[in-house]
Design a protein around this ligand. Structure first.
Ligand code: BMP
Length: 238
């Protein structure tokens, strides 16, 4: 088996969603400085991007020294293809290499166009197929097969599936095969334990508040990695 430790080291994505009452630029740069050595990816969402803008995001990303990392703009795009393409083009020169859009908007006139633009810009496209909060069952569960089908038709680089529902990750992995990455949020603050999503077939676990709101973000990130490794060891054997 591939070295479990190395594999786990490549599985943590930290979600940087600054609280409302901080200097978000400083907050992000300090956290990146502290944890980026142990995180394979950093996810920047709308709470940050709305506040600092595209230029601010570019400044923040210029402090990340390893370009091999996943630098994700979590835009949760859900619009017509023309508008989503404008948004991705506007953010492309910040240094992000991955964007997130919703699968439910469908292919024609929307995701097919977005996917083409992402390919031209060398940006990974990740589609949300099922969210991590309890209310995702109101609609998303009813159309989950369709959402997975869309991820496959678009040939997205990755899919978001919930760490809070390992059963759903297992179904997603079976349907999507091994070439589409699975990114799983919901670890820590939303209740999933580190490693549970990896055991169910995810490639990455997205962790936000558990790490970013901790008094010791690096120590907590290392604990998460350790717990991921322990859980993987017991679910897969080492
Ligand atoms: P936290 O670990 O603090 O709960 O953060 C989870 C992150 O993952 C947030 O940035 C959120 O936007 C994102 N996310 C989620 O929680 N559930 C989803 O289904 C999709 C997400 O992108």
């Amino acid at each position: 088996m591939v070295n479990l430790y190395l594999w786990v080291l490549m599985s943590l994505i930290v979600a940087l969603d600054p609280p409302i009452d901080v200097d978000e630029r400083k907050w992000c740069i300090n956290l990146i400085d502290e944890i980026s050595g142990v995180a394979q990816g950093l996810k920047f969402g709308l709470p940050l991007i709305i506040k600092v803008g595209v230029k601010g995001l570019k400044d923040i990303l210029s402090t990340v020294d390893q370009r091999s990392k996943l630098l994700i703009a979590d835009l949760k795009l859900a619009d017509i293809g023309y508008v989503m393409s404008l948004i991705v083009k506007a953010i492309a020169n910040t240094g992000v290499n991955t964007v997130i859009a919703h699968a439910f908007i469908g292919v024609k006139g929307a995701l097919e166009e977005l996917s083409k633009v992402c390919k031209e810009l060398n940006i990974n496209l990740v589609l949300v197929a099922r969210m991590s909060h309890p209310g995702a069952s109101d609609v998303m569960d009813k159309v989950f097969d369709d959402l997975l089908r869309i991820v496959k038709i678009v040939n997205a680089w990755g899919a978001v599936l919930p760490a809070t529902r390992p059963d759903i990750i297992k179904i997603g992995r079976k349907f999507l095969g091994s070439s589409i990455k699975i990114l799983s949020p919901g670890v820590g603050a939303q209740g999933a334990k580190p490693g549970e999503a990896l055991c169910a077939g995810a490639d990455y676990e997205i962790v936000g508040r558990l790490i970013t709101r901790s008094k010791d973000p690096l120590g907590t990130a290392l604990k998460v990695i350790n717990e991921q490794r322990e859980r993987l060891r017991s679910c897969r054997g080492s």
